[in-house]
Design a protein around this ligand. Sequence first.
Ligand code: NAD
Ligand code: UD1
Length: 338
Amino acid sequence: MRVLVTGGMGYIGSHTCVQMIEAGMTPIIVDNLYNSKETVLARIEKLTGVRPAFFEGDIRDRAFLDNVLAQANVESVLHFAGLKAVGESVEKPLEYYDNNVHGTLVLVEAMRAAGINSLIFSSSATVYGEPETVPITEDFPTSATNPYGRSKLMVEECLADIQKALPEMSITLLRYFNPVGSHQSGEMGEDPQGIPNNLMPFISQVAVGRREYLSVFGNDYSTVDGTGVRDYIHVVDLADGHLAALNSKGKEAGLHIYNLGTGNGFSVLQMVAAFSKAAGVEVAYQLAPRRAGDIAECWADPSKARAELHWEATRTIEDMTADTWRWQSNNPNGYPDV
Ligand code: NAD
Ligand code: UD1
């Protein structure tokens, strides 16, 4: 199966390409390298023996996409490309709506023109806003509290309208919970530019000595130990979820929506303890005020994906922390530039 992978050089896309190649599929990558490096290709090749075709360009560039699709001969599209930093989205809403919403619309137009009807979109648990209860099922109400989340929700709504009007299309919305971890080889992982926004890369940069300590945002939530609780999912399990979605739903016309999570919640302090154990170093932390916009706890009910995609996350918190540490300690500064 030949599949276009937008954003395939990024964190989740690159891990998904490895899993696809190992499963005998052919990913064809489109990425503008805004948040990734071309050296990712060499790592994919090292792990799989295959160097995927790579087209450098922007999904908002219709002529570029038409040209790629004319050569690529793909039957489906996995759409990871987008901007993802919540804080930055508040500062730069235009860029977020342009990249995430407009970019997706251009992509779907190009797919239609090329006769491709199968799309899998990277959505987020952020579309559940502040859930009233946990675990979260796919039929919970949706809302957004920042431009990043709103852009994801807008894309979901646009795609639902498009699928309704074009019923031959197969559109799958995958709502990721908190992706963490790395390929178990330590060759690939998350490589955030600048100061990490998310917990796991921050912890691992403290452990490797790039940062002094972690600020724990709030210890007065009504959770197991007062710190925020999330559903961390190993990126390779998440990658496999895309293969399961492609295989189970990629050819079935309709709008399909799935949570990709584990169903388990871990607190910030539990993550710090697990990481310290995996790395064999104490991760220093200090208590800090709550971060604006954070919710107390959030985890998935993953039973719909289990029943319909025949997929479930199998990797443990020990795997997530050990694999992240292997990547971070082998590559303290992330991917090389060349
Ligand atoms: P990432 O930044 O590592 O990867 C995204 C890739 O898309 C990058 O390589 C970037 O260069 C590319 N890109 C961005 N805009 C582009 C454009 N206009 N044209 C072409 N390429 C472009 O991010 P990721 O963590 O791999 O996330 C992938 C997707 O999953 C995103 O859509 C993100 O919103 C979504 N998501 C991520 C998380 C997470 O925690 N990482 C959680 C929920 C949803
Ligand atoms: C965040 C985004 C969410 C996005 C997701 C992508 C916010 C409000 N939400 O989710 O929209 O889809 O990233 O992965 O930004 N924490 C600390 N110290 C840190 C960093 C985080 O204590 O330096 C805590 C947070 O308060 C939270 C937990 O760790 O309780 C996880 O945070 P993070 O990794 O940023 O993910 P989310 O907030 O769940």
